[in-house]
Design a protein around this ligand. Sequence first.
Ligand SMILES: NC(=O)c1ccc[n+]([C@@H]2O[C@H](COP(=O)([O-])OP(=O)(O)OC[C@H]3O[C@@H](n4cnc5c(N)ncnc54)[C@H](OP(=O)(O)O)[C@@H]3O)[C@@H](O)[C@H]2O)c1
Length: 373
Amino acid sequence: MRVALTGATGFLGLRLTRELLRQHGSLTVLAHAGSGDALRRITRFMELTDAPAELVADLPSRLRVVETDLAQPRLGLSGDVFGRLADELDVIWHSAGNIDLDDDLVNLRRVNVEGTRNVLELAAAGAREPAVHHISTAFVGGALREGVRYEDELDDTHGFENGYERSKYEAEVVVRAWSRAHGRPVVILRPSILVTDLPADPELPAHPLQFITRIATSALRGADLAGADVPDEARPVVRIKGHLRGHLNLMPVEHAAAVMVRLADRSPSAPVRTYHVVHEHDVAITVLAALVERLAPVKLRIVEKEPDDPTPLEALSDLYPGFTPYLGHRRRFDDTRVRTLLGSAPSGIHVDIDYLSAGLSVVPSARQAASAA
Ligand SMILES: NC(=O)c1ccc[n+]([C@@H]2O[C@H](COP(=O)([O-])OP(=O)(O)OC[C@H]3O[C@@H](n4cnc5c(N)ncnc54)[C@H](OP(=O)(O)O)[C@@H]3O)[C@@H](O)[C@H]2O)c1
């Protein structure tokens, strides 16, 4: 069986690559043209995660890298190469995307919406009618901040918190329309926010919560507290808008990849099957606040309303506005379909402050960066 994967060098894609190589002898990597040696990056990831030496040694023969640009018609390939690639595939996993919540909608749409359309064009052209597994996000649920989002729901009635959510929603609309038009099944996998406790490494894709270390570093600089052991009473207060009872779903990325591969294998061949790939427990917003306090000598206060009179430190700390609304979320993602298919299979991973700070490797790096500045 010939399997292809887009986004294999990404935070999720690297884990999907590992899972898919457990099942298949080879994998076609539809890599991002011009963005660095994909085989080297995948090999580095395997080494850093203690993959068996035999697997690492065999990567050059098991991975076939095809350089593509998702945003171009035919993925930037010539007609011949595109046609031959399409004809040999049995399965296409589409994980590539632009996950920058604050990026311009035009850029987000180019990769997330047009890119998805171009991947579907590849699937449509394939003589063997390859199965399509599309990686979406639970956050297509948009700006509904309370209540429950279900796996069969897809609507824009609540609007979106940022351009990223909108672009991923539009991509799902495109996928569903394609499935209807071509009479082809699609599996849509919607993870929540992906996290890991694997320490950050300059050669690995950024952790999706890496901005927290940027905020901490900036707070250290702004408060002129670099390297200092600051007593509690001397910590400046930073107010940030959110909800004290807010919570977010953070899913360990390794477990997410394993669940996705199992779902794709077992999914009934209904036209479109959508799954919430989420952790069994949400994380309280107060835990994220405590995480910031662990990284920077500040006192974080969750407040109902954005302060009218932000201090210079508060202004400096607002480095990722696309994420800020999530601090007010109290919504849950229903994953009944996943549990029906796979049974109750908890990850066994406790996503707590220690788990999160391990993955951000924050304490030394944030302070060192601040004192170096
Ligand atoms: N990260 C999360 O928390 C999260 C949560 C829910 C859903 N998701 C979804 O999961 C998927 C994977 O996300 P991720 O965390 O792995 O993102 P990521 O680490 O930013 O990786 C993105 C991947 O897409 C590739 N890519 C970007 N632009 C491309 C283009 N024009 N042509 C070809 N390839 C391109 C990148 O290649 P290069 O590295 O070579 O540029 C990289 O392999 C996305 O669809 C995202 O929406 C992610």
